[in-house]
Design a protein around this ligand. Structure first.
Ligand code: NAI
Length: 247
């Protein structure tokens, strides 16, 4: 069988990068979609150096036309995409009463509508393939709430609902759709929240049953399982990967 082609949004940093690297190591052809063109190309080049097959494309998931043209490029360069991991995300907001319309709309646009658009553009290729796997990266804050992150948590909760709808609409066509809401994972995004004082690393580590913060690879291994051939009976599910913080 020809190697399957995967698209990983936000694939140039943190969780998305770990997923891109893992899928490439497992023989998938990987297209990295990221706002940061340089980082997307550098990650793809590094995967190629290690013997994998990857391309890096500058894509803003809030730009529907840009997604469509990038998916066309994937189709012609790597073949029909049948795996999609939506990891592009942004946590901003601030105290609720100070949250501006602009910040709310940006949170929803990147974290929720970006996932909707990528799914809507890629799913027809999966339908043609008669097989597909989607993993949407939401956030454990959907279980617990998070003060100061109204737009982000609302968007990530929406991602969980969207996942369930897509699982029901496309299950009979061989396409599974699941969501992974990560707990605290040591990435550049997480480090920014620690450096700004928003997250107390020692307190959060102590409050985690397994006694550590997660690594991007903890999420990558979960994605690798969910996109496998053998995971065909698993769809519409929420796979918490959070060290036991949310049960
Ligand atoms: P990160 O900041 O290290 O990586 C995010 C990537 O998304 C970056 O490469 C960035 O350039 C890209 N990106 C941002 N906006 C984009 C846009 N409009 N279009 C395309 N690419 C865009 O963040 P991290 O931690 O790896 O986060 C990955 C996902 O995991 C996000 O969806 C985040 O919300 C989620 N998450 C992360 C947690 C953590 O503790 N690190 C916890 C819960 C959820």
């Amino acid at each position: 069988m020809t190697a399957r082609t995967a698209i990983v949004t936000g694939g140039a940093s943190g969780i998305g990068e770990a997923i891109s690297r893992r899928l490439a190591k497992e023989g998938k052809q990987v297209a990295i979609f990221d706002l940061n063109a340089e980082a997307a190309q550098a990650t793809a080049a590094s995967i190629q150096e290690q013997g994998g097959n990857a391309i890096g494309l500058q894509v803003d998931v809030t730009d529907r036309a840009g997604i469509e043209s990038a998916v066309d490029k994937v189709r012609s360069n790597l073949g029909r995409p049948s795996i999609l991991v939506n990891s592009a995300g942004l946590a901003l907001d601030g105290p609720f009463l100070e949250t501006t319309q602009e910040s709310w709309k940006t949170s929803i646009a990147v974290n929720l509508t970006g996932t909707f658009d990528c799914c809507q553009v890629v799913i027809p290729h999966m339908v043609d393939e008669g097989w597909g796997r989607i993993v949407n990266i939401s956030s454990s804050s959907f279980h617990s709430g998070a003060p100061g992150l109204a737009g982000y948590v609302a968007a990530k909760s929406g991602v969980v609902g969207l996942t369930k709808v897509l699982a029901r609409e496309f299950g009979k066509l061989g396409i599974t759709v699941n969501t992974v809401p990560p707990g605290f994972i040591d990435t550049p995004m997480f480090r920014r929240t620690v450096d700004s004082g928003f997250v107390d690393l020692a307190a959060q580590t102590a409050a985690t049953p397994v006694g550590r913060i997660g690594e991007p690879e903890d999420i990558a291994v979960t994605c690798s399982f969910l996109i496998s051939e053998e995971a065909s009976y698993i769809t519409g599910q929420v796979f918490g990967v959070n060290g036991g913080r949310n049960m």
